[in-house]
Design a protein around this ligand. Structure first.
Ligand code: FAD
Ligand code: FES
Length: 387
């Protein structure tokens, strides 16, 4: 019995010829139609939309941070590039939300992905990861994603990594990859932390520096006593110059809290580093958004406005992104980076005013047609949006 596909092709002008070619292809080679599902499966496994992860190990790395390893529930973890992140979904107190975490393990081993979560003062998801999550727990995630990547083809041979706090994680992945591969590259990792005991992966990084002469690791402490052997202060222009020496021919990478990367960006400007030689990770929205340049001077951050979406009206605090308010109210929004980069969370601003935080990759069409990134938009009046 002929299939519907065979009947339709048979009625076409060159149908019989096409069917003959198809039959020959099936006999001697691969038929594109029968292979299509297989190809789709392979493409999906590389560019995965959704991952099912199981916590396999948890290690306390400092008093305030844990490394958490995940294996795949489906038996396969997609490839990634050192520097990329996974966005992990959770449900906490009935609120479904997500947070991106940079992968700290090397892309060269894919038995597990390791992330490292640091506690932050008013943390919501970070507290949950540090206090509640245990081996065997299951999570949905998307990724690996992100453009903050180590690129051995286009970047200079000398890499200068400027890390602050939990911003060490993508550099851990990059350093592990470079050193494991034995690549002919020079790495300078300058890591700013408050105290040595709070510096994530400090012991492992020190051991790696002892083993590999091309890896130069320097801890810079902002709160240190006079006894300590580490450099004191902040990662400023002098500190970078003293450690790196000849800065010509280097690619600079920055990752850490926005206050730290803003500070380092000024230092790189002082050193006349060209913007094209600088990579900066957007490590999420700042918690003290009221201190962001351009924040409306008439707002304190405590105001509660009305946010209308369809026939639903919800409360929206001025210091919380529209995305957070929507999640609190149980409205599902597509998300990934939560830092203005991936564009998944875009909504149309129908009326009202919002404060847009820095770092949004808005397209010309977004601006023209009134689309905003809800992860970076803060209400400064009652607002109406639509998807
Ligand atoms: C690309 C990228 C990579 C990152 N990698 C890392 C990493 O490797 N390690 C790391 O530690 N961090 C990393 N981060 C930061 C991380 O994603 C989180 O922002 C961080 O863990 C803090 O999350 P949090 O929920 O504790 O705090 P926040 O994200 O600051 O969220 C706290 C906010 O949650 C909201 N909230 C509070 N209660 C509720 C509630 N009941 N319902 C809904 N919302 C509520 C409030 O608005 C509160 O201000 C990365 C961020 C990005 C963008
Ligand atoms: S979630 Fe990626 S831009 Fe908002």
């Amino acid at each position: 019995m002929k299939s519907m596909k065979d009947i339709i092709i048979g009625q076409m002008e060159k149908g019989p010829e096409i069917m003959n070619e198809g039959a020959v292809a099936k006999k001697i080679g691969k038929d594109i139609i029968t292979e299509k599902n297989k190809t789709d499966r392979i493409v999906r496994s590389i560019h995965t939309e959704s991952l099912n992860l199981i916590v396999s190990e948890i290690h306390q790395v400092t008093s305030d941070a844990k490394a958490i390893r995940f294996v795949s529930a489906d038996g396969y973890l997609p490839v990634f590039e050192a520097g990329q992140y996974v966005n992990i979904f959770t449900e906490i107190n009935g609120v479904r939300t997500s947070r991106p975490y940079s992968i700290s393990s090397s892309p060269k081993q894919r038995g597990y992905y390791e992330i490292c979560v640091a506690r932050i003062p008013t943390g919501f998801v970070s507290d949950f990861f540090l206090d509640k999550v245990k081996v065997g727990d299951k999570f949905e995630a998307n990724g690996p994603q992100g453009v903050f990547r180590f690129n051995p083809v286009f970047h200079y041979k000398k890499s200068v990594f400027l890390a602050g706090g939990s911003g060490i994680t993508p550099f851990m992945s990059m350093t592990r990859e470079i050193l494991e591969s034995g690549a002919d590259r020079e790495i300078y990792l300058i890591f700013g932390a408050r105290k040595a005991e709070l510096a994530i992966f400090h012991k492992e990084l020190s051991a790696m520096a002892e083993l590999h002469p091309n890896f130069h690791y320097h801890l810079v402490l902002s709160e240190s006593d006079s006894e300590c052997n580490f450099r004191k202060g902040f990662i400023d222009a002098k500190c970078i110059k003293d450690i790196v020496g000849e800065i010509e021919g280097s690619t600079f990478y920055m990752c850490g809290p926005p206050v730290m990367t803003d500070f380092c960006a000024k230092a790189l400007e002082e050193l006349n580093i060209r913007p094209k030689d600088i990579r900066r990770e957007m490590f999420g929205a700042r918690q003290d958004i009221q201190n962001e340049p351009g924040w409306p001077s008439n707002l304190t951050g405590d105001e509660v406005f009305k946010l209308k979406i369809g026939d639903k009206v919800i409360d929206a605090k001025s210091s919380e992104s529209l995305l957070i308010s929507l999640e609190r109210a149980g409205v599902r929004v597509n998300v990934c980076c939560r830092s203005g980069e991936c564009s998944l969370c875009r909504v149309k601003l129908v009326s009202g005013n919002v404060f847009l935080a820095r770092g949004v990759w808005a397209r010309h069409a977004d601006e023209k047609f009134g689309y905003i990134h809800s992860c970076k938009a803060y209400p400064s009046s009652d607002v109406e949006i639509e998807f």
